[in-house]
Write a protein that binds this ligand. Structure first.
Ligand code: CAA
Length: 257
């Protein structure tokens, strides 16, 4: 399928989506979000894909929702069209998604990164929710996911002033899993994605589902949920293979079924 605002490639069992509106610093317009949704649909339907990497350019992961597109929006239209809800396709992705973030990850760009499961940051990455400076506020989950990731005080300061975080701060505050030199960002992200994609897909997907459940429910319900998934994995061929390989002192070869 031909895309105009993203590049879509694969490498082994890893699917890669590169946001590609360089002149607009990957500002997220409706067309780009629709294409991202289509690319995710393709990767989710492809049994040969075990992990997805979402990235941008060295200068910008994404500088936010497209302000030029939004400027004329009205309340009735944003309400009836349910503006922004289609962005949630990324957070409904059942396969793991790694955000490889370099440069600006602002507004909707920061929110898109936070919808992913792991954020790897280049040392030039900057994260922020500057919508308040435009007379609005985060609209794609920023005030909620940021608060869960780094706590109320830091989230309030960022959302109420538009202050951005350096990669080092984002690492220290727990927003990203680690910071790597810009030149190594894609290599490190691909290594991480290849590791995940080499493992049992049902186990990987259930693990993602279980960790995410921690943000949606009580501890006792979350533990019950985790236990049922853990028990279910004993129905998979990959459980037999993984444990047999350990006992036989060899590398496992997962069927991913
Ligand atoms: N929407 C539309 N165009 C954008 C954009 C955006 N979010 N961000 C950057 N661009 C465009 C600029 O208009 C400019 O285009 P022109 O050359 O045609 O003028 C081009 O990208 C390059 O940008 P700058 O010249 O501004 O580059 P810079 O290096 O001086 O500054 C920046 C970079 C600090 C990221 C600055 O562009 C900026 O502040 N961008 C807006 C960031 C922002 O406010 N994001 C939040 C958007 S609202 C939102 O996301 C809502 C939500 O929650 C979903």
């Amino acid at each position: 399928m031909g895309f105009e605002n993203i590049l879509v490639t694969t490498s082994g069992r890893v699917g890669i989506v590169t946001l590609n509106r360089p002149k607009a610093l990957n500002a997220l317009n409706g067309a780009l979000i629709a294409e991202l949704g289509q690319a995710l649909d393709q990767f989710e339907a492809d049994a040969g894909i075990g992990c997805i990497v979402l990235t941008g350019s060295d200068r910008a992961f994404a500088a936010g929702a497209d302000i030029k597109e939004m400027q004329a929006h009205t309340f009735p239209a944003t309400y009836t069209d349910d503006f922004i809800t289609s962005w949630e396709r990324l957070s409904r992705c059942r396969k793991p998604v790694i955000a490889a973030v370099a440069g600006h990850a602002l507004g909707g760009g920061c929110e898109l990164a936070m919808m992913c499961d792991i954020i790897l940051a280049a040392d030039n990455a900057r994260f922020g929710q500057p919508e308040i400076r435009l007379g609005v506020m985060p609209g794609a989950g920023g005030s909620q996911r940021l608060a869960r990731a780094i706590g109320k005080a830091k989230t309030m300061e960022m959302c109420l002033t538009g202050r951005t975080l350096s990669a080092e701060e984002a690492d220290r505050f727990g927003l990203v899993s680690r910071v790597v030199p810009l030149a190594n960002l894609m290599d490190e992200s691909m290594k991480l994605a290849e590791t995940i994609a080499s493992l049992s897909l049902p186990a990987v997907m259930m693990t993602k589902e279980s960790v995410n459940r921690a943000f949606e429910t009580t501890l006792s319900e979350g533990i019950r949920f985790e236990r049922r998934l853990f028990q279910a994995l004993f129905a998979t061929a990959d459980q037999k293979e993984g444990m047999s390989a350990f006992i036989d002192k060899r590398e496992p070869s997962f069927e991913n079924k």
